[in-house]
Write a new protein. Structure first.
Length: 255
């Protein structure tokens, strides 16, 4: 017997989030001459943020413990920089339980892949050093300490990349080096495959507990909610299952 910790309509909710992603971009492109403002505001990924809120509620967390864009301050203290804004924070009884980052890329793959890679690695590295400095203890909470005990449980850190599936993102790429050989798994890998490798290695190196890659075309199928993953490890179901497990554990343990 298979037991699911995700909502029964999880797949439909993901398809709804994909539909919202493309619909929001289409709405943005017809106003103010482009989609940049919409992309930067993050509204195109609101469907995934709503899914986090729904899962958190089903796991027993009150809505006031889930902090999302547009309604809350989402800064966490950093180590290499003063602070970093995340997409979703889950803070319950002054304990930082989960942190999530949602990103997307449509077009401009050659220009932006390295930037997205460096952002993902750098943000996680900064967070974990900050955690080791005890910046997320209840005793450092702005509302005042509830206790000063060091909690060995680290927050859940999750990452999602929504990538346009098209010829430019899926065709094999050639690598050339005048000095050293590239790692063989990158030979002929498309940008989509590079993102899969990135997500898998973010988890392998324990920078993120779960990292997901979603591919969806900017076509009628994508506007209808079609999406796919390139591996089980980087699937959206794996990301949200891992998140739900963390939330259930926190509530069962009494935070």
């Amino acid at each position: 017997m298979t037991i699911s910790i995700l909502p029964a309509n999880f797949d439909d909710r993901v398809r709804d989030a994909v539909r919202l992603f493309w619909a929001t971009r289409a709405t943005g492109s017809s106003s103010q001459g482009g989609t940049r403002g919409k992309v930067l505001s993050g509204k195109n990924l609101d469907g995934f943020i709503a899914l986090v809120e729904s899962i958190a509620a089903e796991c027993g967390l009150p809505s006031e413990s889930v902090f999302t864009r547009g309604r809350h301050n989402l800064q966490l203290p950093g180590y290499y920089r003063p602070s970093k804004n995340w997409d979703v924070l889950i803070v319950h009884e002054q304990r930082l339980i989960a942190v999530l980052e949602f990103k997307s890329q449509v077009g401009s793959f050659g220009n932006n892949f390295n930037n997205r890679t460096e952002e993902a690695i750098g943000s996680a590295s900064d967070l974990w050093v900050s955690a080791r400095q005890n910046n997320f203890l209840p005793s450092n909470h702005v509302d005042g300490p509830s206790n000063s005990t060091v909690d060995p449980r680290q927050p859940f850190l999750g990452y999602l990349m929504m990538l346009e599936e098209c010829e430019d993102s899926t065709r094999p790429l050639t690598l050339r080096s005048a000095h050293y050989h590239f790692m063989p798994e990158f030979a002929g890998a498309s940008y989509a495959e590079r993102y899969r490798i990135l997500c898998e290695r973010l988890m392998e190196q324990q920078l993120y507990q779960a990292a997901s890659l979603i591919l969806s075309p900017q076509t009628e199928a994508g506007f209808g909610g079609h999406y796919r993953s390139l591996s089980v490890a980087t699937s959206v179901r794996n990301l949200f299952s891992a998140l739900a497990g963390t939330l259930l554990s926190a509530m069962e343990a009494g935070t």
